[in-house]
Design a protein around this ligand. Structure first.
Ligand SMILES: *Cc1c(COP(=O)(O)O)cnc(C)c1O
Length: 410
């Protein structure tokens, strides 16, 4: 073929792709318009819903002066969270990242260890591992629930791992692979039954990054309760918010005591003289944030119902759409639909649709940038990450806040 002909061919292919992407964008816009009319926007990706008793509870902190690291609202927030998740213990923290850090230290992650973590997640998951002096070892996810792919993980560990007594050693680096941190991406439960099975065979401790999955379950068991410890975030964009905040849940009495100790500067007793018996952290959630959190937890069920209704309408509207798949709960669990997502057949299409939707007032975001592509993690150990790269290039998240329920077209 002559160069001229080949150039003409390439141009045709490029135009063809763009025309197809434009058509998909047009179609997606029309389908979204049937749920949230763009004339009513702009629609934020996930705005906080401050409602219920929030003003009264926060005012109580202001009136009494109990705004800081001591106060009744923190205890109440922890009790409510334990109740909602069914966990024996809940420990509130300043944010989700601190919660993950404390959890990893408490299960015994040591400097030089490796910890298995998806590359497809928010950067905090891997950063918490780095704070321990440990090394994130990135593994791939699957395209149904967006969590760690248990089959690919098993194959990877079979190839690089070697059991030395109790310990799984990475044959390529010589490091102990101590733990695994599954993430419930955008609220969809990772396939925990299968992941627990892999973890059991390789003697790996599981810490769940449940930051995005308050209200998500597998067989009515709350996310964060499949591993030894689960970590939540209550940042402003999450399903409920405390402004900034996080929490840990566990069923293990000893772990709960250690988590509480570590996150409250490792103070030995309540006496006037400040005695600390290790290098602890000032990670306790302030009372004023917990007060807001109590009000937010009171309306959690209502918020979840609103989010699930929006998600159901999205699912309906995208049924039968060509070139795009709406991401429902995986068959093994129930999502809180923190962020609803669309997955396109091609990255080019995703890019065109993203631009078009944002211009029309639908605030959308591309899926996570893979952590293994970021400069601080570019040289780290990793499994093959083909699905992660595809999801990242081809996915976007849609406006998903509970407050949008009021805007849904009847
Ligand atoms: C939000 C989030 C965190 C961190 O929570 P912060 O409260 O922002 O520190 C950790 N992991 C995931 C997956 C998150 O989405």
């Amino acid at each position: 073929m002559s160069d001229v002909l080949r150039d003409a061919d390439n141009r045709f292919a490029a135009n063809g792709d763009d025309a197809a992407a434009d058509a998909t964008a047009q179609d997606v816009l029309a389908r979204l318009d049937a749920v949230l009319p763009h004339t009513g926007g702009p629609y934020p990706l996930h705005a906080p819903e401050i409602d219920g008793n929030a003003w009264d509870y926060v005012k109580d902190c202001l009136d009494t002066g109990w705004v800081s690291s001591v106060g009744a609202w923190v205890d109440r927030f922890e009790d409510m969270l334990a109740d909602i998740t069914g966990a024996r213990h809940a420990v509130a923290t300043v944010n989700g990242t601190a919660a993950l850090h404390a959890a990893l230290l408490t299960v015994g992650v040591k400097p030089g260890d490796e910890v298995l973590v998806p590359s497809f997640t928010f950067v905090a998951t891997a950063n918490a591992i780095s704070y321990c002096g440990a090394v994130p070892n990135f593994v791939d996810c699957e395209a149904t629930g967006l969590g760690i792919d248990p089959i690919a993980l098993d194959a990877y560990l079979d190839r690089i791992g070697e059991m030395h007594g109790e310990f799984l050693i990475n044959r390529q680096t010589g490091a102990i692979i101590r733990a695994m941190v599954p993430v419930h991406c955008y609220g969809h439960p990772a396939n925990m039954r299968a992941l627990c099975d892999v973890a059991g065979r390789y003697r790996l401790t599981i810490v769940e990054d449940a930051a995005e999955s308050l209200g998500s379950t597998i067989d009515a068991q709350h996310m964060g309760r499949f591993g030894r410890i689960g970590a939540f975030s209550f940042n402003g964009n999450k399903t409920i918010t405390t402004g900034g905040g996080g929490a840990l849940i566990t069923d293990d009495d000893l772990l709960a005591r250690r988590l509480r100790h570590l996150t409250t500067t490792a103070r030995v007793n309540d006496s006037a003289d400040l005695v600390h018996d290790m290098v602890g952290y000032n990670y306790r959630l302030p009372n004023i944030n917990a007060a807001l959190g109590c009000a937010q937890l009171e309306t959690l069920d209502a918020k979840l119902a609103m989010k699930r209704e929006l998600a159901a309408r999205y699912r309906e509207t995208f049924e039968g759409a060509a070139g795009v798949r709406y991401l429902s709960s995986p068959p093994w669990g129930d999502s809180n639909y923190w962020l609803c997502g669309l997955l396109f057949d091609a990255g080019r299409t995703r890019d065109v649709v993203l631009t078009r939707l944002n211009a029309a007032g639908y605030q959308c975001r591309p899926f996570w940038t893979p952590l293994h592509s970021m400069k601080m993690y570019a040289d780290g150990p990793r499994a093959p990450l083909a699905t992660t790269d595809r999801l990242s290039a081809c996915g976007l998240t849609l406006p998903s806040g509970a407050g949008l329920k009021a805007e849904i077209k009847r």
